[in-house]
Design a binder for this molecule. Sequence first.
Ligand SMILES: Nc1nc2c(ncn2[C@@H]2O[C@H](COP(=O)(O)OP(=O)(O)OP(=O)(O)O)[C@@H](O)[C@H]2O)c(=O)[nH]1
Ligand SMILES: [Mg+2]
Length: 465
Amino acid sequence: MNQDTICAIATAQGGAIGSIRVSGPEAITITSRIFTPAKPGKLLSEQKPYTLTFGRIYNGEELIDEVLVSLFRAPHSYTGEDSTEITCHGSSYILQQVMQLLIKNGCRTAQPGEYTQRAFLNGKMDLSQAEAVADLIASSSAATHRLALSQMRGGFSKELAILREKLLNFTSMIELELDFSEEDVEFADRSALRQLADGIEKVIARLVDSFSVGNAIKNGVPVAIIGETNAGKSTLLNVLLNEDKAIVSDIHGTTRDVIEDTVNIGGITFRFIDTAGIRETNDMIESLGIERTFQKLDQAEIVLWIIDSADAISQLKLLSDKILPRCEHKQLILVFNKVELINETQKNELTSQLSEHVGSEIESIFISAKQRQHTDELQQKLIAAAHLPTVTQNDVIVTNVRHYEALTRALDAIHRVQEGLDANISGDFLSQDIRECIFHLSDIVGEVTNDMVLQNIFAHFCIGK
Ligand SMILES: Nc1nc2c(ncn2[C@@H]2O[C@H](COP(=O)(O)OP(=O)(O)OP(=O)(O)O)[C@@H](O)[C@H]2O)c(=O)[nH]1
Ligand SMILES: [Mg+2]
């Protein structure tokens, strides 16, 4: 266990009030060394927990500030240790002076996330809850806030605890059989076990599936902007982002690497991904870019296939040959760009070509990215295509890649259990797969997580949390 007493400024610069947190076995002693209570005799070390004490901080003879000190005693604090919070005026000079005094008197500065790490190590929260603290601080929309809060309050942990409990029952029944193997008894009725495994599989599969929604809420619904070179993809990206993010030119093959950014449209965060235009090329760099285009296409939920209306027929063919087969589970919107370059007759001709080449059920729209014609309608189509369910605080939705990966492994393990039961394999093999499933679920809440992973998680926190 870490015996250092740590301190950090917990508030952002520029506010009227600043706050410094001190935590560790010496927190109260060190704070009282630098603090003079306003009422003589009101020693900090004799104060009850959850009290505020008013007083002054001096550096030698020099008064630094008048402050309030809140007091927490172990284990009833955020970190589970003795802690104080010094509230002073928000001047960065004052805050630095108080920090220096604390360090001179025995504290060291906290690492990023160290308070939350201590809270985790002292059993105040599990790892998935600790990770939710960082998500809560970073949350920038009602939906991300709701998800982080529900995870922090333990909704996800509870669901995992129920699963692990079921799996432990399951494996203990099987392992009991192994103890009596010579007598050839079956404590665990195989069909009951199969039912149990099916139930567990369903819950894990639902959690795994929820990640696409969770990820879309947290990182934006991925929308790939794809098409032949010069169709106007980068122009459209800039319009959607309302910013000159990508270079636009009439030279074919202008965009060579992936450019992406997020923007909020109608309350939904979209992640727009501009890609290298698809064409036959001998240029090595350009072909690498085109390879990435296809990767991004595969990762997207929504695909915007951009077509230059003035030269559409060949592009419809590319669409039906190469793109459609890859879009089976995606929302595809066909965007005929540069519509101002064609007349009404050509437009009708295009529409009938479209139903001939790719069928009429595909969503399509005529726009001019350059002149911003009908781009509002395209935004409406995007909102409709995103069809994100509204989430409530009680929904358990996976938003963290680490959790998603662990759940995927747990799902693989439970699939092996199901297959094993069908194939009537022996109890010790079954039990091995169940134990593996339990291991991956335990990894999420941090019970079996190794130090490297822990360090990496907390390194991404801000200092002071
Ligand atoms: N007339 C007209 N020109 C457009 C429109 N949209 C884009 N352009 C022009 O088409 C050319 C190509 O635009 P880009 O946005 O660079 O096209 P791209 O699809 O990103 O091209 P690559 O990156 O080379 O694949 C530029 O000269 C644009 O100004 C439009 O709606 N109408
Ligand atoms: Mg481009």
